[in-house]
Design a protein around this ligand. Structure first.
Ligand SMILES: *Cc1c(COP(=O)(O)O)cnc(C)c1O
Length: 406
């Protein structure tokens, strides 16, 4: 058996030949994450924050940092500690609108976090109190606050409209109150994940304009959040340049400070192409394949929101045409089921390996140890991800930006 140096392999086939793995293997592609980060850093007309929850792997965070991503959107004290440990000089922004008081205090006093989001007066008071000087009670003078407003998720595959964000009726008063506690005030929102058209951001920026006009306060930063799409079977978005152009145009028309900053917080778009996974077929029953990862592993979205990830069989001797299959994961739970359909050779059978692509965002990060099945070895591979928005294959043309409501 030849094990490549530093667990680096050309591709998934080389991995299965060398390791004949019993457990799933995560295949990371640093070059793909580097390319996505450079694309955003060079082309987005503002500052790019990486939303750490999409994939907190320290190796990935290092690649993003080396590619010019200097700001990180963290949502828990554990994420604050993780990124601070990996990147002592990074700017961390605590963008969860509901935080523990102790988490705010540790982030501010121990890790140098100055930027916090909020969507209620209670959270504003909590932040102001937690960041005050513990000895003198003197309020912090360097807070950078960001009011999260609720916007529509109607153009996105995964909604983020219900849980966070203040309504337009509450936003003006909250902006005015927040302004009294900081010299730098922003507005942020999230249009929902995997936004399939740039118009998702247009409607959100329209709401932002209404909130600013009503509040009549100086706004120093607009953070358009995440939601930038990746590419999956059946979900091919317009070019990201179209999103950037639309955001820039509507940002410039806002009534904000002349030197106001524009930020975005992509999670998915920066890391979806970073990882794939090799799984093994443990049993075949008709067109259902029992594989060794599933709903409690990296295939959370495949099980819970019916996401179809690209798949490819890794045995060379499979010759029959493709057929549609569904997957069962390894746990004893009926809900550990991924309907797909996933197209694989009709003669696939127990013992064969499959590579499942595009699992870098909300995939590798979702694995749990439920029922004893959480383990996975991690290796690096050099080949292209199964699908890509950044490999130059998608040219920018007047695209299908016409809104199609699903
Ligand atoms: C999850 C999240 C993001 C990243 O969203 P993507 O859809 O992965 O780009 C950005 N900002 C906030 C506040 C989030 O909660």
């Amino acid at each position: 058996m030849y094990v490549y140096p530093d667990a680096q392999y050309p591709d998934a086939k080389a991995v299965t030949r060398a390791l004949e793995p019993d457990e799933p293997i995560i295949l990371n592609r640093p070059h793909a994450a580097r390319r996505a980060a450079r694309f955003f850093v060079e082309k987005f007309p503002g500052k790019v924050l990486y939303a750490v929850k999409a994939n907190p792997a320290p190796d990935l965070i290092q690649v993003l940092w080396e590619s010019g991503v200097t700001h990180y959107d963290v949502a828990s004290i554990a994420e604050v500690r993780l990124v601070r440990e990996a990147l002592p000089d990074a700017q961390l922004c605590f963008m969860h609108p509901v935080k523990r008081r102790g988490a705010i205090a540790e982030a501010y006093h121990q890790h140098g976090v100055k930027t916090f989001s909020l969507d209620t007066v209670e959270e504003l008071e909590k932040i102001v109190e937690a960041c005050a000087d513990p000895e003198t009670g003197e309020p912090a003078s360097d807070l950078r606050l960001c009011v999260r407003i609720r916007v529509s998720s109607e153009y996105s595959e995964l909604s983020l409209a219900a849980k966070f964000g203040c309504d337009l009726t509450e936003a003006p008063a909250l902006l005015q109150q927040a302004r009294q506690h900081c010299d730098w005030l922003g507005i942020c929102f999230h249009v929902g994940s995997q936004a399939m058209t740039p118009f998702a951001f247009v409607q959100a920026l329209d709401r932002t304009r209404a909130a600013i006009a009503e509040a009549s306060v100086v706004i120093d930063m607009i953070d358009v959040g995440g939601g930038f799409p990746s590419i999956y079977p059946g979900m091919e978005p317009p070019p990201l340049e179209d999103y950037f152009a639309m955001i820039a145009k509507h940002f410039e028309a806002l009534p904000i400070a002349y030197n106001a900053e524009l930020w975005c917080e992509p999670g998915r778009a920066l890391c979806a192409e970073y990882s794939s996974m090799v799984v093994c077929v443990d049993k075949r029953r008709g067109n259902e394949l029992y594989i060794n990862d599933g709903a409690y592993g990296a295939l959370y979205d495949a099980a819970h929101v019916g996401w179809r990830f690209p798949v490819v069989a890794l045995e060379d001797d499979l010759i029959e045409p493709l057929e549609d299959f569904s997957f069962y994961g390894p746990t004893c739970d009926d809900a550990d089921f991924m309907a797909g359909p996933f197209a694989l050779p009709a003669d696939i059978q127990a013992g064969d390996y499959i590579e499942i692509g595009m699992l870098g965002a909300y995939g590798a990060a979702m694995k749990t140890g439920f029922n004893g099945f959480g383990n996975a070895q991690v290796v690096t591979v050099a080949d292209e991800p199964m699908m890509s928005l950044f490999d130059g294959s998608r040219t920018r043309e007047a695209s299908d930006n016409v809104v199609s409501l699903r």
